[in-house]
Design a protein around this ligand. Structure first.
Ligand code: NAP
Length: 295
């Protein structure tokens, strides 16, 4: 029998990939922001009563890390009040809840991959609002799943990969930060991990998922350039200059090291996940085919 999963934030990077990857045993109920504001209890109640899902997957978030510094109230509303509202209303109706969070709940000083029970200490307003959301969801109870991830990109929306492709087409030379380490995550693989956790009825608590391996933003940019040149997505090889984060000041401070330890999720799903460079290639092929189709 098919189970229904309501997806919040269905217009975002992860939301769109959740729809694209929906397994045949699931019926996807995608809700974009204009259809459902997750911080509005009345809208949430109506959506859940109208659709009666078995699971709610929350891919909605305020993800503008730098803007969150000047708009902390907006970040708090979407990243803390929203998930708490969803968790409460799911609990009332006996609906399972999967909430997505971030590697930016960590301060990046640990120097080795963060386990699910490592102590969070966010450096900025975005990370703080996401940690408040996690804590609120866990406090509501009813066996929620909180899935932390990092450095998400896809062919949809704005992200580092698409920004690099644009800048490398426009400029001969670019500076990219080399002393922040994390793991890029193709939203498609993340979506599959969400479905895997929902399929595994026993999952509950905090999990981590990103692609495998680790790199700096500079390494990531070099890989984007090389694969994009090979695929013909770029015509010229822009020079990439590695710089320290101190030479690229941003409103929000970011963790220097935010690699996630994915052992728990890997064991539960029975697979290690693909390396970030293979996933990047797959995404760029996907982007190329999508753009051809659009022309
Ligand atoms: N992007 C990353 O690098 C990254 C890294 C770590 C963790 N994450 C987490 O991964 C999850 C998915 O991120 P993503 O990259 O897919 O984000 P995204 O592309 O920015 O999508 C978020 C979606 O949420 C929607 N939204 C905003 N406020 C809403 C509200 N009040 N009610 C309902 N929908 C609302 C947005 O709509 P509008 O576009 O109309 O505002 C957007 O469609 C989030 O939990 C995020 O915190 C992301």
């Amino acid at each position: 029998m098919m189970s229904k999963a309501l997806m919040c934030g269905a217009g975002g990077q992860l939301g769109q990939e959740l729809v694209l990857t929906c397994p045949e045993q699931w019926q996807a109920i995608p809700m974009t922001r204009s259809m459902l504001d997750i911080a509005d209890p009345g809208q949430v109640a109506r959506a859940l009563d109208d659709t009666e899902p078995a699971w709610v997957i929350n891919a909605a978030a305020f993800t503008a890390v730098d803007a969150a510094e000047s708009e902390p109230d907006s970040a708090h509303r979407v990243n803390a009040i929203g998930p708490e509202t969803l968790a409460l209303q799911c609990r009332e109706r006996n609906i399972r809840f999967l909430h997505v969070s971030t590697d930016f709940v960590f301060d990046g000083t640990q120097g080795r991959p963060y386990a699910v029970d490592a102590e969070p200490n966010p450096l900025g307003a975005y990370g703080r609002s996401k940690l408040e959301g996690e804590n609120a969801v866990m406090a509501v109870g009813a066996s929620p799943v909180v899935l932390r991830t990092g450095w998400v990109y896809s062919r949809h929306g704005g992200n580092f990969v698409k920004t690099m492709l644009r800048l490398m087409a426009e400029r001969e030379q670019l500076s990219v930060v080399e002393d922040q380490i994390g793991t890029p995550t193709w939203a498609r693989g993340l979506a599959l991990a969400c479905w895997g956790l929902a399929d595994h009825g026993d999952a509950s608590g905090i999990y981590h998922w990103s692609d495998a391996g680790a790199c700096s933003w500079y390494d990531f940019a070099v890989a984007i350039r090389e694969i994009a040149l090979e695929l013909g997505l770029l015509r010229q090889a822009a020079t990439l200059l590695p710089i320290p984060a101190s030479q690229y000041p941003t409103p929000a401070q970011r963790p220097a090291y935010s690699v996630l330890d994915k052992t728990l999720t890997r064991n539960l799903l029975g697979q290690p996940g693909d390396h970030w460079a293979s996933q990047l290639r797959a995404m760029l092929v996907d982007l190329q085919q999508y753009e051809k189709h659009e022309l």
